[in-house]
Write a protein that binds this ligand. Structure first.
Ligand code: ATP
Length: 376
C-alpha cells in the first residue's frame, strides 16, 4: 500500500497554493509534511483525501489513479485540527459513526469502539457528550473516531496543535503506537519541526507551495539542502553568518566579521561551488562547545572569545546568547551547552569551540547548499 503524488498543482484564483508537489509514501511509512503557515501543507493533504480537487498532476493510492475518485471511495481516514466531532452525539456514537455509515455489523462495532477507546484511554468517557470533555479528551475522541476502522491510508492535519505540551507528547506516542500496529501509509501535517523530527520516518519541508527538501529527519538536520531548511529545522535555530571564502597556499579560508577559520579538509572535499567569494556560513548552536566539553581538538584555529549576554536553562543544559567582537564587526551567536552554565557568566567572556567539520555553507544568492552530501 502506497501513496504517490506527482506534480500536484492547486490554484486559488491567480495564486498557486500548491505549485508542483511530488510525494511518495511507502508501505507502512510515517511521512511528515512540515513548513511555515500558508506554505500549502493542508491543501496538499486535502487533495490526497479528495476534499480538494486536483488542478494538475496525478495521485495514486496503491498504484490506482484516484484523481477523480470520491473521498469516501478512497478509503482514507483523516484526523482534523479542529477535531470535527459531532456535538449532539455521545462519545460512543461519535466513534461508532463511520462504522455505522458503512453498515458494519453491531457486534463488530462494539468490539472496534472498545478497542479504539482502549487505545486512546477514553473507555470511561463513552457515555459523555463532547461538551462534558476537556480539550485533550475531545482530541482523543477525534483520534478514536477517525482511526476506529481499518483504512488504507491515514492523514493527519495538525491534530495536536490545540493541546498543551504534556498532552501533545502523550498523543504523539498514541498515534505512533497505532501506526506501528497498523503499518499503513500515513501523511502527517504539522508546522512544528520538532514534531516532524521526532515522528517522521521521512519528512518534507514545504515552502511557498513547493517541496524544498525530502529525507529522513537526520538527513534534513545534518545535510540541509538550503539555508531555508537549515534555519527551519533545529531549536534553537542555526546561526547564519555572512562571510567570504578565499584561497591561500594551504587551502580555503572563511573570513567573517568576527573570525577567520580555515575550512577543514573534509568540507573542502565536499565543496561544489566556487571557492572564492561571498558565502553564508551555518553553525548550529549545538556545534559550539565549551573547550572542556568539546570532543575534538580545540585551539586557536577553532575558538572564539564570546561575551555572554543571556543564559537560558533548558532540559538538556543551557542556551547561551553571546556576542563576538572582531576587528571588522560584531557577531551574535547562540550556543547550546550540554551542561548548566551558571548565571555569574553573564557579562563575562567565555571561549566557544566550533566543530568546524559540522559547518554548513550556502550560496548567498540561490540559498542552496555548497556542500555535497557527506558519503560517511
Ligand atoms: P497553515 O499551517 O497556516 O494551516 P498551510 O501550510 O496548511 O498553512 P494551506 O492551508 O494549504 O497552508 O494554504 C496555502 C495557501 O492557499 C495560503 O496562502 C492560503 O491562504 C491559500 N488558500 C487555502 N485554501 C484556500 C481557499 N479555499 N481559497 C483561497 N485560498 C486558499
Amino acid at each position: 500500500m502506497t501513496i504517490m503524488a506527482s506534480k500536484l498543482i492547486k490554484r486559488f484564483g491567480e495564486k498557486s497554493a500548491v505549485a508542483g508537489v511530488d510525494i511518495t509514501v511507502g508501505e507502512g511509512e510515517f511521512f511528515v509534511l512540515v513548513g511555515p503557515s500558508g506554505c500549502g501543507k493542508t491543501t496538499t493533504l486535502r487533495m490526497i483525501a479528495g476534499l480538494e480537487s486536483i488542478d494538475e498532476g496525478r495521485l495514486e493510492i496503491n498504484s490506482r489513479p484516484v484523481n477523480d475518485v470520491r473521498p469516501r471511495d478512497r478509503d482514507i481516514a483523516m484526523v482534523f485540527q479542529d477535531y470535527a466531532i459531532f456535538p449532539h452525539l455521545g462519545v460512543y456514537d461519535n466513534i461508532a459513526y463511520g462504522l455505522r455509515s458503512r453498515r458494519t455489523p453491531g457486534a463488530e462495532i462494539r468490539r472496534r469502539v472498545g478497542e479504539a477507546a482502549a487505545t486512546f484511554r477514553i473507555e470511561h468517557l463513552l457515555r459523555r457528550k463532547p461538551r462534558q470533555l476537556s480539550g485533550g479528551e475531545r482530541q482523543r475522541v477525534a483520534l478514536a473516531r477517525a482511526l476506529v476502522r481499518d483504512a488504507q491510508a491515514y492523514l493527519y492535519d495538525e491534530p495536536l496543535s490545540n493541546l498543551d505540551a504534556q498532552l501533545r507528547h502523550q498523543a504523539r506516542e498514541d498515534i505512533l503506537q497505532l501506526h506501528r500496529r497498523q503499518r499503513k501509509p500515513t501523511v502527517y501535517v504539522t508546522h512544528d519541526q520538532s514534531e516532524a523530527l521526532s515522528m517522521g520516518d521521512r519528512m518534507a519541508v514545504m515552502r511557498a507551495g513547493r517541496i524544498e527538501q525530502v529525507g529522513t529527519p537526520r538527513e534534513l538536520y545534518e545535510a540541509p539542502a538550503s539555508r531555508f531548511v537549515a534555519f527551519f529545522i533545529g531549536t534553537p535555530s542555526i546561526n547564519l553568518i555572512e562571510a567570504e571564502l578565499s584561497r591561500d597556499d594551504e587551502g580555503i579560508v572563511i573570513t567573517a566579521p568576527a573570525f577567520t577559520f580555515r575550512l577543514p579538509e573534509r568540507l573542502t572535499a565536499r565543496l561544489t561551488g566556487p571557492v572564492e567569494g561571498p558565502v553564508t556560513v551555518g553553525l548550529r548552536p549545538e556545534d559550539l562547545h565549551t573547550p572542556r566539553q568539546a570532543k575534538f581538538a580545540v585551539g586557536e584555529h577553532n575558538t572564539l572569545q564570546a561575551a555572554v549576554e543571556l543564559i537560558e536553562p533548558t532540559t538538556a543544559g543551557s542556551t547561551v546568547y553571546a556576542t563576538v567582537a572582531g576587528p571588522d564587526g560584531r557577531l551574535d551567536l547562540t550556543a547550546s551547552f550540554a551542561g548548566r552554565l551558571p548565571d555569574r557568566y553573564v557579562g563575562q567572556e567565555v571561549p566557544l569551540a566550533a566543530d568546524l567539520d559540522r559547518l554548513h555553507l550556502f550560496d548567498p544568492v540561490s540559498e542552496t547548499s555548497l556542500l555535497r552530501r557527506d558519503p560517511s
